[in-house]
Design a protein around this ligand. Structure first.
Ligand SMILES: Nc1ncnc2c1ncn2[C@@H]1O[C@H](COP(=O)(O)OP(=O)(O)O)[C@@H](O)[C@H]1O
Ligand SMILES: [Mg+2]
Length: 276
């Protein structure tokens, strides 16, 4: 992992205006994502995670501050960034085959045969080499989310952005998808920014966890995760340090939608087994 910043957010803030009422959702966020780094952004429901991801993806223009990718301002449709949403059911086109869905982002960028080859290879990478000609609705939820991941990979992005990508699948499928995304990052060397409200998922996956809290949301902590590149669901989660980190993040987040918790991030972990 390099220390070169790929994504850099500076003074990033956002407010929504509805019916003449302006609400500041994101305060003034500062963070970077390094080359090849896996960053999880965790925070309670409604804190502004999706708003932040939409800003990072160039889908929403932040009200304040700036975001750059490789030093350039974010632009909509920038192929350095790929997006995976929670709702795979709506993100895949039902009238296109799996292969055609994955090849779609390459339209106009390469000859047909090359687009096909790249899509096939992305589908092999997510373990779906044998359902190329199926339609998305013929696949399980977990498989559909693999298709969405393949479609994100096909452009060979510098950064993959994921918004609660595994929130709609069962627990076992979720673990398999988590390990798939870890493997993809380890092979491909891209950066990943994954948003989740699941603290265990954040700690299991990330090299660094950014905790958001409050209204407007601020970065409450930026926590390096010391487990290295090779993680295993049972072994990693059984590390004593895992429980400590979980307790620490829990405390930082506080009760859902409670913006009043202090930003201090030490002492008094509430979780059982947090400290020996
Ligand atoms: N387009 C919008 N217009 C007005 N308010 C919005 C809009 N999108 C989200 N919000 C509000 O911003 C807050 C943060 O939403 P969101 O970013 O979706 O949070 P999260 O993803 O963390 O659950 C919520 O209170 C939500 O109601
Ligand atoms: Mg959200």
């Amino acid at each position: 992992m390099g220390d070169v910043a790929v994504v850099e957010a500076s003074g990033l803030g956002h407010e929504y205006s509805t019916a003449g009422v302006t609400t500041r959702i994101l305060g003034s966020l500062e963070f970077i994502v390094a080359s090849g780094e896996f960053v999880c952004i965790v925070g309670p429901s409604g804190v502004g995670k999706t708003t932040l991801l939409r800003c990072l993806a160039g889908l929403l223009r932040p009200t304040f501050g700036s975001i750059t990718v490789d030093g350039h301002p974010i632009a909509r449709g920038n192929s350095a960034l790929s997006l995976v949403f929670q709702d795979y059911g709506r993100s895949l086109l039902p009238w296109l085959t799996v292969l055609a869905n994955v090849a779609l982002p390459l339209k106009g960028t390469a000859p047909r045969a090359e687009r096909r080859d790249r899509a096939v290879s992305a589908l092999h990478e997510v373990g779906l080499g044998d359902v190329l000609e199926n339609y998305p609705w013929q696949l399980s939820g977990g498989m559909q989310q693999r298709v969405a991941i393949a479609r994100a990979l096909v452009v060979e992005p510098r950064v993959i952005l994921m918004d609660e990508p595994f929130a709609s699948v069962d627990a076992q499928t979720r673990e398999a998808l988590e390990d798939l995304v870890l493997r993809i990052r380890n092979h491909g060397g891209m950066s990943v920014v994954l948003i989740t409200h699941d603290i265990d998922e954040a700690i299991y996956l990330a090299d660094r966890v950014i905790v958001l809290g409050g209204r407007p949301a601020e970065v409450r902590a930026n926590i390096p995760i010391p487990f290295g590149r090779h993680r295993e669901q049972l072994a990693t989660k059984a590390e004593p340090e895992f429980a400590e980190l979980r307790a620490r993040v829990h405390q930082l987040i506080g009760a859902p939608d409670d913006g009043r918790r202090p930003a201090a991030d030490q002492g008094n972990p509430r979780d059982e087994g947090a400290r020996q």
